[in-house]
Design a protein around this ligand. Structure first.
Ligand SMILES: NC(=O)c1ccc[n+]([C@@H]2O[C@H](COP(=O)([O-])OP(=O)(O)OC[C@H]3O[C@@H](n4cnc5c(N)ncnc54)[C@H](OP(=O)(O)O)[C@@H]3O)[C@@H](O)[C@H]2O)c1
Length: 261
């Protein structure tokens, strides 16, 4: 299926690793003109090189911390006077622990990344998106927003807020020609889970693979997702093939979500 993304200008915030990197790679392979943004310049460079080699195109890099006060201005300036067709925001955290183990600092710092960062990116880039060709925004939610897990209260609450943001924006921006959706991943083999498995393995005297297997056993499909399996849905939602899709959160979770909606 031709996704119609050839020549389209795309920005992937959080595009140097995990699901963002897989999405950027897929966009580039579809012929999109891709910029990846994230904090660590070395990781950005390596990711851009890997995408460029695989897709045979140039990939722009933009070092930025979306939780920094100047992030919005820097994003707006970078795209001033230029159209943007696709904005993907793939930053987010998930901290594990009991409700009463988290203080205000945990709530605020993670909120800055999970909600304020995506809000800033969208706000900064609205004029460029309005000037883009059938523009689309895709934010990364989490399956846990629809089926809140115990011991993950901070990201459960923040990602539920992000889905409310998507729904609100889809209404406000439809008249300006911009579609807005969320893709909500289940457990996916990225740094987020690999680091967690390592910590839990050390606490429990087990191997990280054994910890991952224990969590995989709860998933109907019996395994974690690969980042590319989430990216396929992200890129579809960003493409013209999804021209009637807006305000939705599509779970790509191996069946772990038990709700009907
Ligand atoms: N993996 C899962 O199982 C899972 C499950 C549910 C939801 N999700 C959601 O899916 C999205 C992607 O997760 P992932 O697992 O792919 O994460 P990841 O592998 O940790 O990658 C995160 C990306 O975001 C960048 N980033 C982090 N903090 C940033 C900041 N302050 N400013 C700019 N860039 C920043 C990282 O690069 P730098 O560190 O260099 O900045 C990296 O490129 C997130 O929204 C996450 O909440 C993931």
């Amino acid at each position: 299926m031709d996704l119609g993304l050839a020549g389209r200008r795309a920005l992937v915030v959080g595009g140097s690793a995990g699901i963002g990197l897989a999405s950027a790679r897929l966009l580039a392979s579809e012929g999109a003109v891709v910029t990846i943004a994230a904090r660590d310049p070395d990781r950005l460079r390596q990711a851009a090189q890997a995408i460029a080699e695989a897709a045979g195109t140039e990939v722009e890099q933009f070092p930025i911390d979306v939780t920094a006060d100047d992030a919005e201005n820097r994003l707006a300036r970078r795209y001033e006077g230029r159209g943007l067709d696709v904005l993907i925001v793939a930053v987010g955290s998930s901290i594990r622990g009991a409700f009463d183990s988290f203080g205000d600092r945990d709530w605020r710092d993670n909120y800055d990344l999970n909600v304020v960062g995506p809000v800033r990116a969208v706000r900064a880039l609205l004029p460029s998106l309005e000037a883009g060709r059938s523009p689309a925004i895709v934010l990364l939610g989490a399956a846990g927003a629809k089926m809140p897990y115990a011991n993950q209260v901070v990201s459960n609450v923040h990602k539920a807020g992000l889905l409310a943001l998507v729904k609100t924006l889809s209404h406000e921006l439809a008249g300006r020609g911009i579609r807005v959706n969320a893709i909500s991943p289940g457990r996916t083999r990225t740094r987020l889970w690999l680091d967690r498995a390592q910590r839990m393995a050390a606490e429990r005297g087990r191997t990280p693979e054994a910890v991952l297997e224990e969590f995989a056993a709860e998933i109907p499909l019996g395994r974690f997702a690969e980042p590319d399996e989430i990216a396929q849905a992200v890129v579809f939602a960003a493409s013209d093939r999804a021209s009637y899709l807006t305000g939705q959160s599509i779970s790509v979770d191996g069946g772990i979500g038990r709700g009907l909606l």
